[in-house]
Design a protein around this ligand. Structure first.
Ligand code: NAP
Ligand code: MG
Length: 496
């Protein structure tokens, strides 16, 4: 694979642009489209159906009809599994195309979409297909003349609203367990990254998922997203995105049909490095990777680096050295470890934090500038700020870009206090060779995930989600199935 080959391949990519509603590929009823801009070079790569409330309504009606007649949920579990496996197989067949779509849509390096994003999405579909007939109900303890059992049933119509940072991967974290439990789905991808979700909708039909079961409706958050979240016949909004939108979704639910809302929101995740860590080089690798991978556009980015004061200066040097490996390049270049920031406005937001940090007293240790401007795209250098205080904007607000803030601490108590002094609680990490400290600190950190001596030790078998304002509800693992099901108690009374 070379850059030239990839440029040629990219020219041949056919972008899906129509909504998938009730098994048909159709434009928005109003006839409007929106520009899908590639942050790689600022060019418009496709014009996508700009769906509005009437399209959402059509999709919800199609989803409801499919749910009510049982065309998916009542299929034999073996058959459902076979079809989901087929979907995974088709995604594998089109892995390269999906990877190019993802890279061109949102600017992440092709080497990551080929090896991480798309394979992970495929794995989610397979994993939940495998799981779907391995979840049992319960029998309750009741008086002897009664038998009570507890079953889990699909909710009905699931609205999934997903962000642009891992577009297909996040979509599949929701679509796979929702399908496995027998629901119908209306998926709304982010306006910055609609293509792979639309392709997923097409592949689902090809795999044999019945029409109406997986609908994909591209459009803007304020119109399509809001209409979905306010719809009176949607049973759950499964969301990944910002806290700001998460709040709106809760009020839309309250103002409409009290649908359930599951929120996976942002973070300001701390990675704590104690002086007694066994391998400070590995910790420095993780510190750099934790913030620079995916251009820092990761909800669980290790954006606050808490380092014990006695080793801080040496450790920052190590991280700064490693940052160079993440210099942004053309996302289509197989050598690029990072690519473009998703949009011009997101890049400006990131540069705004960089501009403000020194004014609050932080010291720039590396980077700090826009890069590759001549490409027409939106790139930012991997940036490290030292001497950050936990009160600075850089330590409190989610940047969602390649900007690290280093904060020194003097002892374990202070490390825990600083780590928890945030409204977020998605992930935390700590590096120490002291096993008692590792357990003690892990238990004190208020976050949905804690990684000891490693960062982002992610696996589909472990639930993913946050505490505090990082949201509630979990993706991944068998626990994700709970979100898409309703508990029902059924009791039979009989003569003893
Ligand atoms: P966002 O602005 O919240 O958008 C997320 C989704 O919500 C998009 O599809 C967006 O549509 C839609 N939306 C926007 N306004 C809406 C409204 N009024 N009603 C209904 N839907 C609406 O977030 P983002 O900028 O795409 O993604 C970054 C955020 O996601 C960060 O905060 C990050 O931390 C978080 N995130 C969390 C996780 C996790 O698992 N915890 C994972 C990844 C990302 P449009 O884009 O079309 O407007
Ligand atoms: Mg785009």
């Amino acid at each position: 694979m070379t850059l030239q080959k990839n440029l040629d391949r990219a020219r041949g990519i056919d972008f899906p642009t129509n909504a998938v509603i009730g098994g048909k590929l159709i434009g928005a009823k109003c006839g409007k489209t929106f520009d899908n801009v590639s942050p790689r070079d600022g060019s418009v790569v496709s014009k996508v159906a700009a769906c509005e409330a009437e399209d959402i309504d059509a999709a919800v009606k199609a989803a409801r009809a499919a749910f009510d007649d049982g065309r998916w949920r009542n299929k034999h579990p073996r058959e459902k599994k076979k079809i989901m496996f087929k979907l995974a197989e088709l995604m594998e067949r089109d892995l390269e195309e999906l990877a190019f779509l993802e890279t061109l849509d949102m600017g992440k390096p092709i080497r990551d979409t080929l090896s991480v994003d798309i394979p992970t999405a495929i794995n989610s579909i397979r994993w939940y297909a495998e799981a779907l007939d391995k979840v049992y109900g319960e029998v309750a303890m009741t008086p002897s003349e009664r038998l009570s059992f507890i079953v889990r049933e699909p909710l009905g119509v699931v609205g999934a609203i997903v962000p642009w940072n891992f577009p297909l991967h996040m979509a599949c974290w929701k679509v796979a367990p929702a399908l496995a439990t027998g629901n119908s789905i209306v998926l709304k991808p982010a306006e910055q990254s609609p293509s792979t979700a639309l392709k997923l909708g097409e592949l689902a039909l090809e795999a044999g998922i019945p029409p109406g079961v997986l609908n994909v409706v591209p459009g803007f958050g304020d119109t399509a997203g809001q209409a979905l979240a306010r719809h009176m016949d949607v049973d759950l909004i499964a969301f990944t995105g910002s806290g700001e939108v998460g709040r709106k979704l809760m009020s839309y639910a309250a103002e409409s049909n009290l649908k359930r809302v599951a929120l996976e929101l942002g973070g300001k995740s701390p990675q704590i490095v104690f002086a007694d860590a066994e391998d400070l080089d590995a910790a420095a690798d993780a510190a750099a990777w934790g913030i620079f991978f995916n251009q820092g556009e990761i909800c669980n980015a290790a954006s606050r680096l808490l380092v014990e004061a006695s080793i801080k200066d040496d450790f920052v040097k190590k991280v700064v050295e490693r940052a160079a490996q993440y210099a942004p390049g053309d996302p289509l270049d197989p050598a690029s470890a990072t690519g473009a920031i998703v949009s011009e406005s997101q890049m400006r937001r990131v540069l705004g934090f960089i501009d403000r940090a020194p004014k609050e007293g932080a010291v720039l240790a590396r980077g700090g500038k826009r890069a590759r401007e001549e490409s027409g795209g939106f790139y930012v250098e991997p940036t490290v700020f030292d001497n950050v205080a936990n009160t600075h904007a850089l330590a409190r607000e989610e940047v969602f870009g390649p900007v690290l803030g280093v904060i020194a601490f003097k002892d374990e108590d202070e490390a825990v206090r600083l780590a928890n002094d945030t409204v977020y609680g998605l992930a935390s990490g700590l590096w120490t060779a002291n096993i008692s400290r590792a357990h003690r600190v892990a238990r004190k950190l208020r976050s949905g995930l804690v990684w000891i001596n490693g960062w982002d030790a992610c696996d589909i078998t472990v639930p993913f989600g946050g505490a505090k304002q990082s949201g509630f509800g979990r993706d991944r693992s068998l626990h994700a199935l709970e979100k898409y099901t309703e508990l029902k108690g059924i009791s039979i009374t009989y003569r003893p």
